[in-house]
Design a protein around this ligand. Structure first.
Ligand SMILES: [Zn+2]
Length: 164
């Protein structure tokens, strides 16, 4: 999101398109104009910590930029949806979580599905993926869950906060 034009958001989109003949990818740029009241921003798995210290470090570096973008989107009227996996019990009693639970079901216009790693298409995963996502020289401990089976951390300090 780069700027607003009248009521619409002006979105500079980038992508890649595979040439059917050569198999080569070309970068694509296009500008879209979206009504912020018809736009949702889904933020997946932005936690305040991670089992891998390098993963946590990467997230901490992204957070200031993301917070500026999310604040601008919210101010423009975009609906912000936080979708962390495994940490939801921390938010069970918040008004924001209640509102999300009570929201009417809306069918997606496109299929949303989990895409498992496809070695034929993507090649063999890097060694750190095979070892649980940790690429540290001294391997990190892995998932630690609370009594509800949720990971022990939450959103909040130093991270994007779903209760904002
Ligand atoms: Zn690690």
């Amino acid at each position: 999101m780069t700027s607003r034009k009248q009521e619409n958001l002006v979105i500079e989109q980038r992508g890649r398109r595979k040439d059917r003949d050569t198999g080569a990818f070309q970068e694509i740029h296009q500008t879209a104009h979206w009504d912020p009241r018809q736009t949702g921003l889904i933020i997946c798995d932005m936690w305040d910590d991670h089992t891998c210290k390098f993963a946590a470090q990467r997230v901490a570096e992204m957070v200031p930029t993301m917070n500026r973008m999310v604040s601008a989107a919210r101010e423009a009227g975009v609906f912000i949806i936080h979708a962390p996996s495994g940490t939801m019990s921390f938010y069970d009693e918040t008004p924001q979580r209640r509102r999300a639970i009570e929201a009417p079901f809306a069918e997606s216009p496109v299929e949303i599905k989990w895409n498992y790693w496809d070695p034929e298409r993507e090649g063999e995963p890097l060694p750190f993926i095979l070892s649980g996502g940790c690429g540290c020289i001294e391997p990190c401990l892995g998932w630690i869950t609370d009594d509800k089976g949720s990971r022990q951390w939450k959103g909040g300090r130093g991270a994007l906060d779903p209760t904002d």
